[in-house]
Design a protein around this ligand. Structure first.
Ligand code: ADP
Ligand code: MG
Length: 397
């Protein structure tokens, strides 16, 4: 199933139409104040396009994890409506409920270019169960459904997927960008396609490794998950993070790479530390010489060079997972070296995963990447080759 032919908002005539837009307004709120409005900012291109094209815009989102079944002030989206009003320079009317009298009345009063926000969709019990009755109520508010919440696209809920059964639909700009970069990279990449995988655990990424091995020309593995592969190759890993119950799987992956002719690169040297601490005593050792009382916390300089060389000629790069404990300066060198190599490669570069995105941002490489995915869990499922219900449900061109 291709994701590359989904309808986008520009494929629809929205003038005078009520458009229900599923956004990701799941922002951090403390004492009623939004502490980061990044997600609201990111939603603006889609909302502005709809306003400028005369749509009657009905926004919706979840926020946190309310119990479901009733209004809870702590999880109200009212602060989001206030912030959006400031950002848009126009009033965003806030409904008192999700699909009740208030939402219905406001939606009927909308004029072309008006914007309203309904309450937290998870106040409705049916939302997370993808209850068709609730989906129909969402659909009754609008003429068109637009999904722009990539971070929730891996969930089959009423407001992310179910509602599309009852309305014409399209994706907004945020999901469109995710699809065009990640979908293209997986379905029709500019080659060579190089994937760089890291992070803590093999068990978190086994689906990603398995799927990418069917697509890539080169697979680079660093970070904590490398040590399970070391164990599979018979190396001693000291006190490194290592999942002994995944060693067989690691071997299977190495075999699969061989069978498919995928170049599989593992670290040849490592920065190892005595303890899991930022300022622990550390040294560089070859991969087959990790002392019993040390743990691998970063790739070593020879590995950084080896990886950089493989990254250099790439046409497309998919990167998920830091090369070491990049939160700590002393063990961030490998991640920085790889980020530099990716930035300088001239390849289409895609960063997926929450911690990877944060690392690239913190280390100052964000503007050098072609695309940084906005959804941690959703981007991982995408890379695993899973069908995302929030994208799958959208009409094709
Ligand atoms: P993402 O969120 O991008 O998918 P992960 O959550 O899989 O990435 O991995 C990020 C975490 O992996 C970071 O907290 C980092 O400290 C940790 N990590 C990376 N390398 C190691 C290592 N060698 N030992 C222990 N933890 C590691
Ligand atoms: Mg993570």
């Amino acid at each position: 199933m291709s994701v590359l032919n989904k309808k986008t908002i520009e494929d629809l005539d929205v003038k005078g139409k009520r458009v229900l837009v599923r956004c990701d307004f799941n922002v951090p709120i403390q004492d009623g104040k939004i502490t980061s409005d990044k997600r609201i900012q990111e939603s603006l291109p889609t909302i502005k396009y709809l306003i400028e094209n005369g749509a009657r815009v009905i926004l919706c989102s979840h926020l946190g994890r309310p119990k479901g079944g009733e209004f809870e002030a702590e999880f109200s989206l009212a602060p989001v409506a206030a912030r959006l009003s400031e950002l848009l320079g126009k009033e965003v009317k806030m409904a008192k409920d999700v699909v009740g009298e208030s939402a219905q009345a406001l939606s009927k009063e909308l004029q072309d270019g008006d914007v309203m926000l309904i309450e937290n969709v998870r106040f409705e019990k049916g939302e997370t169960k993808n209850d068709p009755e609730l989906s129909k109520k969402f659909a009754a508010l609008a003429d068109i459904f637009v999904n722009d919440a990539f971070g929730s696209a891996h969930r089959a809920h009423s407001s992310t997927a179910g509602v599309a059964d009852y309305l014409p639909s399209a994706v907004g700009y945020l999901i469109q960008k995710e699809i065009s970069f990640m979908g293209q990279a997986l379905e029709a990449p500019k080659r060579p396609l190089v994937a760089i995988l890291g992070g803590a655990k093999v068990s978190d990424k086994i689906g990603v490794i398995n799927n990418l091995l069917e697509k890539v020309d080169t697979l680079i593995v660093g970070g904590g998950m490398a040590y399970t592969f070391f164990a599979a190759k018979g190396y001693k890993v000291g006190t490194s993070i290592c999942e002994t119950d995944k060693i067989d799987l690691a071997n299977e992956m190495l075999e699969k790479a061989k069978a498919r002719g995928v170049k599989f690169l593992l670290p040849v040297d490592n920065k190892v530390g005595k303890e899991y601490k930022p300022d622990t005593e550390s040294m560089i050792v070859d991969s087959d010489k990790i002392p019993d009382d040390y743990m691998g916390l970063d790739i070593g300089p020879k590995t950084a060079e080896l990886f950089a060389e493989a990254i250099k000629g790439a046409g497309t790069i998919i990167w998920n997972g830091p090369m070491g404990v990049s939160e700590w300066e002393n063990f961030a060198h490998g991640t920085i070296a790889v980020a530099k190599a990716v930035a300088e490669s001239g390849a289409i570069s895609i960063i997926g995963g929450g911690d990877s995105a944060a690392a690239v941002q913190k280390l100052g490489f964000a503007d050098k990447m072609s695309h940084i995915s906005t959804g941690g869990g959703a981007s991982l499922e995408f890379l695993e080759g899973k069908v995302l219900p929030g994208i799958d449900c959208i009409d094709t061109k």
